[in-house]
Design a binder for this molecule. Sequence first.
Ligand code: AMP
Length: 189
Amino acid sequence: MTVSRIILIGPPGAGKGTQAARLAEHLGVPAISTGDIFRANVAERTELGQTAQRYMDAGEYVPDEVTNAMVADRLAAEDAAAGFLLDGYPRTEAQVGELDRMLGGAGVNLDKVVEITADVDELVARLLKRAIEQGRSDDTEDVIRRRQEVYADQTAPLVGLYEGRGLLVRVDGLGAIDEVTERLLGALD
Ligand code: AMP
């Protein structure tokens, strides 16, 4: 079986973005990061960017309708027809339902959901370091803690949901970037 439609899920700071780019390249599918698309819209000062920024800066999720419409648009692009790796979507139960509808409409199924696990204290430390290095406006300490809370409340429950569907694999996100990539590739095999 070719594993080509994948969701990467995990708490903020677990290295999803870095690993998504590496895996996508390896698998020959696009990495679709909702956070990156929002940030690009913020940088270009689009209407979507202005809406998203308010939520992002507070560490809250952008409303489902806005996020779902953006993802539907992106998944309809030709390069996603044969597969994709979703990084940071879905993050709420409503988004899971909407993704199910999008894929059902296209007559395709998800192949795997990969949870990258990590210790919260370790993550907060990593994010504070990244805040200093990259100056992201959603990387202040209060916002970092809020993002972990929102993840625990709204996104962590999705792991059990996908586990129930028999799609879940768990991968330890701790360690060197190359090691984690190897683990992920092993888990997808
Ligand atoms: P990320 O780069 O994935 O950590 O995303 C950065 C921020 O973008 C998040 O803290 C949210 O404010 C917003 N965001 C990204 N993906 C989603 C999503 N699936 N649903 C709602 N908000 C999102």
